[in-house]
Write a protein that binds this ligand. Structure first.
Ligand code: MV4
Length: 447
């Protein structure tokens, strides 16, 4: 087992990783920018190293500073957390070249899945269903036209280096294809320095269903069920739940087993997530995330398994030690992402927390690095807390969520707590009848 892990991240996820390490008897090293000297992840770690000024580019993305911090503290392994360097193949490579274990997949797997065209062809060849479209990148507008006519409009032009919706354009008719194609290429070049694009049939009302996966270095892989992440706004997830209210038992085991078999077939190690669109009873693979995800918590709540602990354990080379049949699913879990933002305008609201009271009780979990008097710096992501609730049924979970949202007090700043109260009071949310456009349609209606 590792003796000391450097956590190359901040906020609630740095704290989450620290907690897993502590429970495994592993020492932790926090790194932080000058803006985060008073952060909870720094306070709780055994050691901490300041790695640069507030700007993430100069601190949490500063690879030489992070590797130096690992060297001077004598860490055995580096956990990249979520965001920042977590899906940077070059970082994973450098970590290992410097003699540290990287708590994550191989650089090759990060690279394959980082290119959405390669990712799609890799899993398609192994039998996963994908959205109909181009087999590979589209090199010209003429080629785009041929493919669009064969799959039929509307189509979606996507950036190979994309994900998260950047460089994505819908063309609803042949007349608008040129514009969509050129806009997508331009956006992709500006955002990723790579203007390679591909085409898919545009699905009009899908749900976003993703499968939590875990592989070891010995060819074993299991899944931890699905999460429904359809409640989102501008490609930012707002609420996630597990299991999905849209799937029956047969659909659930079909896609879980298929995703796990495919992940084993590519020799994947560590935690990962396959994202699917689900429409009219069909699954379509779109992307694989080669990291821990924010919403891993709900999969933990329904399985009772600490995924960060498992992630660290497999990174030492340990075998899984259990199979799919050993993973039991119990009850229902929902996560609310609470952001330091105005609940209607979504303007960021950094500042000093003045009054903090977190709810508790059976089936309630809060992953947050907040404390009373803490100053939220303006330089980073606005996620400040994850409220995660478990119940034996979806209804019990919803009632518990309503109760905890009433109890939660985060004073001094604007938060999205009132937005969550509004969402979970909607009859269509209570019925589980939502798709990826549902929240934006609700926001457009006003209050
Ligand atoms: C799609 C789609 C419809 N049809 N692909 C958005 C980000 C990227 N991860 C994939 N995305 C989509 N791909 C086809 N062929 C609709 C979306 C999409 C979406 C997907 C998941 C969650 C929220 C979304 C919001 C808007 C669009």
């Amino acid at each position: 087992m590792f003796e000391k892990v450097l956590i190359a991240n901040r906020g609630e996820i740095a704290l989450r990783i620290h907690r897993a390490c502590r429970e495994m008897g592993i020492q932790t090293v926090a790194v932080h920018s000058t803006a985060d000297a008073d952060a909870m992840h720094v306070r709780l770690a055994d050691e901490s190293v300041c790695i640069g000024p507030p700007s993430a580019r100069d601190s949490y993305l500063n690879i030489p500073a992070i590797l130096s911090a690992a060297t001077i503290t004598g860490a055995d392994a580096i956990h990249p957390g979520i965001g920042f360097l977590a899906e940077n193949a070059q970082f994973a490579e450098m970590v290992e070249e410097h003699g540290f274990a990287f708590i994550g997949p191989t650089a090759d797997h990060i690279r394959i899945m980082g290119d959405k065209v390669t990712a799609k062809s890799t899993v398609k060849n192994l039998g996963l269903p994908v959205v109909p479209g181009s087999d590979g990148p589209v090199a010209s507008l003429d080629e785009a036209e041929v493919i669009a006519r064969s799959i039929g409009f509307p189509v979606l032009i996507k950036a190979a280096a994309g994900g998260g919706g950047k460089g994505m354009k819908v063309a609803r008719s042949p007349e608008t294809l040129r514009e969509a194609y050129q806009l997508a290429r331009g956006e992709a070049r500006a955002a990723f320095g790579n203007d390679e694009v591909y085409i898919e049939k545009y699905l009009g009302h899908p749900r976003h269903i993703e499968i939590q996966l875990l592989g070891d270095m010995h060819g074993n892989c299991v899944h931890f069920g699905e999460r429904d992440c359809s409640v989102q706004r501008r490609h930012q997830k707002v609420i996630e739940e597990a299991p999905s209210p849209a799937l029956n038992a047969e659909q659930r085991s079909f896609i879980g087993d298929l995703a796990a078999r495919t992940t084993a077939a590519i020799g994947y190690r560590g935690v990962g997530t396959m994202e699917f669109l689900f429409e009219d009873g069909q699954f379509y693979f779109i992307e694989m995330n080669t990291r821990l995800q924010v919403e891993h918590t709900i999969s933990e709540m329904i399985t009772g398994i600490d995924l960060v602990r498992e992630q660290i354990r497999v990174a030492t080379g340990a075998p899984l030690g259990y199979g799919q049949a050993d993973i039991r699913f119990e009850g229902h879990a929902i996560e609310c992402r609470i952001n330091a933002e105005h609940p209607e305008t979504f303007l960021p609201s950094p500042g000093r927390i003045d009054g903090y009271h977190a709810p508790g009780g059976l089936g309630v979990r809060i992953d947050s690095a907040l404390y009373d008097g803490y100053r939220i710096p303006p330089h980073y992501d606005s996620l400040i807390a994850k409220l995660v609730v478990h119940g034996s049924t979806r209804n019990e979970c919803l009632m518990r969520l309503r109760r905890t949202l009433e109890e939660y007090v985060i004073g001094g700043i604007d938060t999205t707590l009132p937005l969550h109260q509004r969402i979970i009071a909607q009859p269509s949310f209570i019925d589980g009848a939502y798709d990826i456009h549902w929240l934006e349609q609700l926001m457009a209606k006003g209050s």
